[in-house]
Each structure stands twice: as C-alpha cells, then as structure tokens.
Design a protein around this ligand. Structure first.
Ligand SMILES: *Cc1c(COP(=O)(O)O)cnc(C)c1O
Length: 373
C-alpha cells in the first residue's frame, strides 16, 4: 500500500458517542427491533460466546438446534456453564421438522437456533420453530450472523429474545465488530444468572452498566475505531439500498446459483426448502476433477468446505457484493470450465439469469416442512 493511503487508516479521529449510538440504531433497524443493542468490540464468535455464558447456568435446560459447526460450538459453551443441554443434531442435511422440534423442546427453558449456517448452507424455518418455542415459554436465542441481510429476520414480530448480528456476510461489512439485540426478558435472565460473566470482555452486564445505563458521554474501553466505523458505513450503505432490496439480491443469487448448478449436472448439498441465501453448498462430484480442487480457494466466491466438510461439498459464497447477477454468472462459467463443461456455458448462463429474473420470494419447501402445528 502507498504510505500516503495508509494515513486514511492510521490517522482516524477518535470514535464519538454519536457514531456508536447511530450504529446501535442501524443495528436495531436491520434486526427490526426496539430491543437494546450491545455492540461487541470483536467478531461475532465472541458475542455468541458472551450470550451463551450469560443466559445459561446450572439451573437451566437448553434445546440447542445444530445445523452446522457454529451451532455445535454454541452447545459446547452452554454445557460449560453447567446447563443441561440437549443438542438437536440430526446430521446437517436433515431438515428439522416442527414435529421433531416440538418433541425435543419439552422441558427446555431456553432454545438456541442458527438461522443460517454459512459452513453447511442450511437454514431453519425460523418463524415456525419460534412459534413452538413461544408456546413452551422458552427464552429464544438466534445466531443470525450468516442470515442477516440474506433472509428476512423480524426480531420483535417473531419474539426473539437475543439475536446476534455480524457484518462480514450479507451486509458486506467488517468482521471485527459485532452486535446483539437483547430483550427485556433476556436482560432479566442475565441479571438473575450468577454464572453470567462479570469484569470480563465477555460480560454483557459490564457493557450495560458501563455504557447502556450511563449518560453515554464516554465509550468504555478502547474501541476499535476502524472496525466500528466500517460497520457503521456498511449499515448506512445497506439502508440506502434498503434491507429488503439487499435480502432480495441474496435470494435471487441463491435461485440463480441453484439453477446454474443443476445445469452443470451438480446437486445442492443442503436439503430443498432449507437452503440458505448466504451461500450455496454443492455436493462434490465423484471423482472430483483436479481443476475443481484448484478452483476452490478459502474465502473466495468458490470455496472448499470447512474442515471435515471439505470431503463432501464446496461452497459458492454469493454474499455481500457477490450477491450480484454478473458475479454469479462469472462463478458458474469458472465452474463449468473446471468441470470440462465449457460447451454448456450459454445454457448455464441463460437458466441462471432466468432464475434471477423470475425469482419469487415464496420458495416451496418439501411437503410438511413449512407446516406449523
Ligand atoms: C460466519 C458465521 C459466524 C461468524 O463467525 P466469525 O468466526 O466471527 O466470523 C457466526 N455464526 C454463523 C452461523 C456463521 O455462519
């Protein structure tokens, strides 16, 4: 980098209270909530750990729905608090039906759900599962990091007690600052939980005491100026475009990708009706062409599966600025070339573009999947 350009990164003015408060408002608007917002000066995985350790303890019974590695990690933090944790893990490729969920939730006072998992490309029928959780009176925690901006999320209308947001997926923002929206009921749970962290970077109670309940003239600790300002910029940009338009772009990208993948004789890995808008996971063909192995790069549009999933799938990361028709078409052309199917190039582009154009917000799920008892 030109040393003169570095000045824009290095010589930033201090973060102001007004900027942090605007960020909180934009996070709340993105999550469609009036609940209090905690901004965490670290990536989303940190605020997820804060939430797990704050809401759970030895007297609690938690149903943790696992559709990928983030859900599994969340369950482990919950268990470390001494809570009784039931991981509902049916294999990442099995859709969680309302019947199975309703049976598993019996006796739980807390439910943890991951709206969409980027690693597996699997999402949940969140409104349906939440209505069952409410019937049981359970506190509801949702990891929306990979879903937010891709799939609609209505924190207040759907009654989500804790919703966690990160900037680095569909919102095209930074990874270094994250946030959680916390309902009054969830604050009561946390305040009444002797196991909740205090005087710790994981403490939500410290943040409430040192910032949310003050006159907000002084930001506690040393904020990450660049990352906080970058998330503010990302959310301003999202709301200029409109959150519904951002979601629509992601869902069109999913539709175009799934159509293009089928035209290349590949199969989506996630079950029909439960495919996340953040990225499409694709079952690896057998044998795996060498050119496909070299095409997939971690963090790029076409990426290998994470960890053990590398043996089963690859990812098409059509999120953020990549939720764009031309980006998706370019990715499909690269994929066709790697599969020695360059002769299908025009056909693939046509079906993908048609799927983008004709996308309708109502995606049919498998029979029974969308039913709410
Ligand atoms: C990407 C992602 C996160 C964020 O994790 P970081 O490691 O902080 O980037 C959290 N939850 C889910 C479901 C994700 O897909």
């Amino acid at each position: 980098m030109n040393p003169l350009d570095a000045a824009a990164l290095l010589d930033q003015p201090p973060l102001t209270s007004a900027e942090l408060i605007e960020l909180e408002h934009l996070v709340a608007r993105t999550l469609r909530t009036d609940n209090a917002v905690v901004v965490c000066q670290a990536e989303a995985i940190t605020v997820l750990e804060s939430v797990a350790r704050s809401v759970a303890g030895p007297s609690h019974r938690v149903l943790n729905v696992v559709t990928g590695p983030y859900g599994a990690l969340f369950g482990n933090w919950l268990r470390q608090t001494g809570a009784e944790v039931n991981d509902l893990a049916l294999g990442y490729r099995t859709a969680i039906t309302p019947d199975v969920f309703a049976r598993a939730i019996a006796g739980a006072d807390t439910v943890a759900l991951v709206q969409a998992e980027a690693a597996t490309g699997v999402n949940l029928d969140l409104p349906g599962l939440l209505s069952i959780a409410h019937r049981e009176g359970a506190l509801t925690v949702v990891d929306a990091v990979a879903a937010i901006g891709g799939e609609p999320l209505e924190v207040d209308a759907w009654g989500i007690d804790v919703a966690v947001l990160g900037g680095q997926k569909a919102l095209s923002g930074p990874a270094g600052v994250s946030a959680a929206a916390i309902s009054r009921r969830a604050w009561e749970r946390i305040e009444g939980n002797p196991a909740a962290p205090r005087r710790s970077t994981l403490s939500l109670l410290d943040w409430a005491e040192d910032w949310l309940r003050t006159d907000r003239s002084r930001i506690p600790g040393t904020p990450s100026v660049l990352e906080t300002r970058a998330l503010l910029g990302a959310l301003r940009r999202v709301h200029i475009e409109g959150i519904a338009a951002v979601e629509d772009r992601h869902r069109r990208a999913r539709a175009a990708t799934i159509a293009g993948v089928a035209a290349l004789s590949l199969e989506p890995w996630a079950p029909a009706g439960r495919r996340a808008a953040v990225c499409t996971t694709v079952a690896l063909p057998d044998p795996v062409p060498r050119a496909l192995r070299t095409l997939t790069r971690p963090g790029s549009l076409i990426a290998p599966g994470d960890g053990p999933l590398e043996a089963e799938l690859f990812r098409i990361n059509h999120f953020g600025q990549a939720a764009d028709l031309n980006v998706v078409l370019g990715g499909l052309v690269q994929l066709g070339t790697a599969l020695a199917l360059a002769d299908r190039r025009d056909e693939v582009q046509q079906v993908a573009a048609a799927a983008w154009q004709t996308y309708s917000a109502i995606e049919p799920g498998p029979i029974g999947d969308m039913r709410i008892e």
